[in-house]
Design a protein around this ligand. Structure first.
Ligand SMILES: NC(=O)c1ccc[n+]([C@@H]2O[C@H](COP(=O)([O-])OP(=O)(O)OC[C@H]3O[C@@H](n4cnc5c(N)ncnc54)[C@H](O)[C@@H]3O)[C@@H](O)[C@H]2O)c1
Length: 339
């Protein structure tokens, strides 16, 4: 029998999840919830959701539908409250990134889920993009040898964003940074041991402080990384639809470049060659839903579990602390302080 899901938050991301759940045979949409009546009605009309499945209150949605799971796609500052509402009723949770707005809340939610024996997954979909999966495979197969240096850069032209993101301080860290920092952990298979960050907005920028970010990172096993991200790359609107991504992985046997959708492998003594990413057989969201199903039905620990995501949240918190205290911060110490 299909697993019954309620989706909380009917903004653009909540609507994406309605489409994903509807396309996944293991799941069935049991209800939708948004605290904003207009948003709820608009989503219901666009996606043909019956009125009796629409709720202004998440608790009511959970109780009336008797659902197995909740997908939390509310604005980020409401994730904690929504996760608690579901987990305290032993209802499984798949929560959008960023998991929470601070590490302490994330630790408390993971321990609630573990006490309740209830699955908790964080939707870090970027780590499953084909480019990142290909990098992970090449590193895992030893093609690059040991990794020494990683450079990662993201540039977006000023663009229309959800008001809940545009109004935030450190928007690029909460919006895009959390994806890339999580993906770096995932592909390297190593945890971060040091962070030195600067979070700022360009002097002519219109967003709150933190629309741009520069971070130095130390990973375990002496991997050094740098990460730059900005929502302020002016004049870039007509290049690659206004977004640019570049990463370089320098290993003892080879250097791997990732530029947009191209991966170029430069092995010692060989001509550079293009590495194919392969077909996109499943959306990244479907990969996450499949993990969620296995967690619910077979009790298999998902690789994007809430517990795994504590490491990503610790890196995000280390970026914030480092930017405000202007010193290196070790995310592992932040995690130890929360235990
Ligand atoms: N993984 C990705 O690629 C990706 C992409 C976009 C957004 N997101 C994430 O998805 C989430 C939503 O993003 P969005 O762009 O749709 O934001 P949005 O602000 O457009 O929509 C959020 C909606 O949540 C509603 N809401 C707030 N509190 C609620 C509650 N307690 N119960 C029910 N609804 C509530 C708001 O009324 C709003 O309609 C954010 O956490 C964002 O970071 C992830």
């Amino acid at each position: 029998m299909a697993l019954k899901v309620v989706i909380a938050g009917m903004g653009s991301r909540g609507k994406d999840w309605v489409r994903e759940v509807t396309a996944a045979p293991a799941f069935q949409l049991a209800g939708c919830s948004d605290i904003d009546q207009n948003v709820l009605q608009e989503a219901a009309g666009t996606l043909n959701i019956p009125q009796q499945s629409c709720f202004l209150n998440l608790q009511e949605a959970i109780e009336q539908t008797n659902c197995d799971a909740v997908i939390v796609a509310t604005s980020a500052d409401c994730h904690t409250q929504a996760c608690n509402a579901a987990l305290s009723r032993r209802v499984a949770v798949l929560v959008e990134k960023p998991f929470t707005s601070n590490l302490k809340d994330a630790v408390a939610i993971v321990s609630l889920a573990e006490r309740q024996g209830t699955p908790l997954v964080v939707a870090q979909n970027f780590r499953y993009l084909r480019a990142f999966r290909t990098v992970k495979r090449l590193i895992g197969d030893g093609v690059l040898g040991r990794i020494g240096i990683v450079t990662c850069q993201y540039y977006a032209a000023p663009h229309q964003m959800a008001a809940s993101l545009a109004g935030l301080q450190n928007s690029v860290l909460w919006g895009m940074g959390v994806h890339h920092l999580d993906a770096l952990r995932y592909v390297l298979g190593k945890e971060v041991t040091g962070v030195a960050a600067e979070s700022f907005t360009l002097p002519w920028g219109e967003l709150p402080p933190g629309a741009s970010l520069q971070v130095l990172l130390s990973f375990a096993d002496e991997i050094r990384a740098s990460y730059t991200a900005t929502y302020e790359s002016s004049g870039h609107q007509f290049f690659e639809r206004g977004q640019e991504f570049y990463a370089r992985f320098v290993g003892e046997l080879a250097t791997l470049h990732v530029f947009q959708r191209w991966l170029i492998l430069c092995e010692n003594g060989k001509l550079p060659r293009l590495v194919r990413r392969g077909a996109r057989k499943l959306t990244e969201e479907r990969i996450i839903l499949d993990q969620f199903e296995r967690a619910l039905v077979e009790g298999v620990e998902p690789d994007c579990s809430g517990r795994d995501n504590l490491q990503t949240m610790a890196v995000v918190e280390a970026c914030l602390r480092s930017a405000s205290e202007r010193r290196w911060i070790n995310p592992q110490e932040l995690l130890n302080d929360c235990r």
